[in-house]
Design a binder for this molecule. Structure first.
Ligand SMILES: [Cu+2]
Length: 248
């Protein structure tokens, strides 16, 4: 303002005059220019504060939202599918009870034996034992010559029995029974009192049966005649456990 005072007196130079206009323009807008700068700075500061304020809020708001939704969706679905399938593998006990009843001792016959043993089927007969006494339920059985299929049942309540057919009468039966008793010493078990297949005078012998058991087998009769059958369990033949098979 003060430096514009000589405006009316001095000569005017076109170039200078233009510069004067430039300066005059600047002097006339001086106060508004400062106010514009201050206002701009103020707006900038306010904007900066707003940017920081909203930026922080927006940043926290957007970052916090996705975190809580992810973890619960993955954890509950995976574990329950794998664990329930493993436990049902502990089933080994039921197989043992069925294997124990079989006779473990070596040398004790478990199948019928003897030179007269045959395959196929023949005349069916059935012979049992008394429930308590040491006797067969039949003293005399008659069959035609040929194949005979016998079903022998131990009907005793608590005693083992077997069925042994010999080629002869009491004399042969006694000798076969003696051989059977010798087998008890070999097998160290009364169930082993069965004559071996090559015993002289033996035709066919069943294994020793537990009470309630039965066995079916086929044998070839040696021809028409009378043949004694006995039980070779220790003491039974001596006690009178015997019968006669008549072959016609
Ligand atoms: Cu007997």
């Amino acid at each position: 303002m003060s430096w514009r005072a000589p405006q009316g007196g001095g000569p005017r130079i076109p170039g200078f005059d233009q510069g004067d206009n430039v300066f005059s323009g600047g002097s006339a807008g001086g106060p508004p220019l400062l106010s514009l700068i201050i206002a701009a700075l103020a707006v900038g500061l306010v904007g900066l504060f707003l940017a920081i304020a909203f930026g922080g809020n927006l940043g926290q708001g957007t970052a916090a939202a996705p975190q809580p939704t992810r973890p619960p969706a993955v954890l509950p679905t995976a574990p329950p599918a794998v664990q329930p399938t493993a436990p049902p593998a502990a089933t080994t006990a039921p197989a043992q009870p069925t294997a124990t009843p079989s006779r473990p001792a070596a040398g004790i016959p478990t199948e019928p034996l003897g030179p007269a043993l045959a395959s196929g089927t023949g005349t069916p007969i059935e012979i049992g034992t008394d429930v308590a006494l040491l006797i067969f339920d039949k003293e005399r059985v008659t069959v035609p010559n040929g194949l005979v299929t016998l079903t022998f049942k131990n009907l005793a309540a608590a005693v083992q029995h077997n069925w042994v057919l010999v080629q002869g009468g009491d004399e042969v039966a006694s000798a076969v029974n003696d051989v059977a008793q010798a087998q008890v010493r070999v097998t160290r078990d009364a169930a082993g009192a069965v004559p071996p297949a090559d015993t002289p005078g033996l035709l066919v012998a069943s294994p020793m049966l537990d009470p309630g058991d039965e066995v079916t087998f086929t044998f070839q009769t040696p021809g028409p005649g009378t043949y004694e059958f006995i039980c070779t369990f220790p003491g039974h033949y001596v006690a009178g456990m015997k019968g006669v098979l008549v072959v016609e």
